[in-house]
Write a protein that binds this ligand. Structure first.
Ligand code: TRP
Length: 336
């Protein structure tokens, strides 16, 4: 974090399930690319994942695995900060104060809350309801300027801005108002089976997603089975040809080719050739990441040392914000 004037980025990803090609193209690949232009803080949001019941041993394992995967993708833990949310207690401390400055009505309107409540009617817990407040704390605690998030999180970013603005009005300038950040190459990748839906690791149909850890044969098989259409022409049209357009987006991401160039390349060829080409470039992109992932994950001591140092550096920044906020709202602080 050499240049003080660089804008600060914060983003988070939950350690639930193995990340998909959609997470890679839509999020973590960009996280790596953004490192050259911004000061970045990247977080494994383990506390957020508790809003849905988790198997404890699995959650612990996945937290370390996801951290290793982020390192494998190229997150540089020396220049930037990689940490686990629960390792920095200041997030939950700030979250309480922010919750006391957020209205029931605002939280009730969150579409993710409504969706997840419908999906898990037996576990509509308080954490699910205050989820956006913790997320606001994650962002505001570092005065992040930019927050790369997917479409499904933009409402949470909006509420973070609302909370920050309101707090600043009442208590004086405290928080930076964060902006959402959608990188040019941050395409949304759709399900291979139902291209109207986002690719999701929680989909029950395993052919609908490619995992970042899938081997080449699996990638080829899943691409071959991808739903297209009967028109037989490789042409980009999200409305009329969502399946083909999705595959073109994947192909374009890894080859740097425009949609027109891709259409020209496959003119007169069948979907079979096209799907195989998509599978090849995808496997070529993921194979080196997988090799690196295996190497890093085998060195648990290294991963844990990175996370420890990340937590210390993050806590240093976060604790300062919490002290300031505690003082502003009137909590008694004793001399150190
Ligand atoms: N809620 C985000 C998701 O599920 C993860 C997340 C937690 C996050 N805290 C964040 C993303 C702060 C951006 C900023 O995708």
């Amino acid at each position: 974090m050499a240049d003080e004037k660089r804008k600060r980025i914060l983003s988070g990803i939950q350690p639930t399930g193995t990340p998909t090609l959609g997470n890679y193209i839509g999020a973590v690949r960009n996280w790596a690319l953004l490192q050259s232009d911004y000061d970045c803080l990247y977080m494994v949001a383990d506390l957020h994942s508790l809003t849905v019941r988790q198997n404890p041993a699995e959650l612990r394992r996945r937290t370390r695995e996801l951290s290793a995967l982020l390192l494998a993708v190229g997150i540089d833990p020396k220049e930037h900060v990689l940490f686990v949310q629960s390792h920095v207690p200041a997030h939950t401390q700030l979250s309480w104060v922010l919750a006391c400055n957020t209205q029931f009505g605002e939280l009730s309107r969150m579409t993710q809350f409504k969706d997840k409540s419908a999906k898990h009617p037996d576990n509509v817990n308080g954490g699910l309801f205050t989820y956006p407040v913790l997320m606001a704390a994650d962002i505001l605690i570092y005065n992040a300027d930019l927050v790369p998030v997917g479409q499904d999180q933009t409402q949470h970013l909006e509420i973070a801005r609302d909370i920050a603005g309101r707090f600043n009005n009442i208590y004086g300038d405290t928080f930076t108002l964060p902006e959402g950040y959608v990188p040019a190459s941050g395409a949304k990748i759709m399900s291979l089976a139902e291209p109207a839906k986002k690719m999701s690791k929680s989909d029950t149909n395993v052919n609908s997603f490619i995992l970042m850890t899938d081997d080449k044969d699996t990638i080829i098989r899943k691409c071959k089975r991808a739903v297209t259409d009967s028109d037989g022409c490789v042409r980009f049209d999200r409305e009329q040809k969502p399946g083909v357009s999705n595959l073109m987006t994947i192909y374009g991401t890894f080859t740097g080719k425009s949609m027109d160039e891709i259409a020209a390349e496959f003119e007169g060829k069948g979907y079979g050739d096209f799907k195989l080409a998509v599978a090849e470039v995808t496997a070529d992109a993921l194979t080196p990441v997988q090799a690196e992932y295996g190497r890093i994950l085998a060195d648990k001591t290294y991963v844990d040392a990175v996370l420890k140092s990340g937590a210390e550096r993050a806590a240093h920044l976060a604790d300062r914000t919490v002290s300031k906020v505690y003082r502003k709202v009137g909590l008694l602080q004793l001399d150190k």
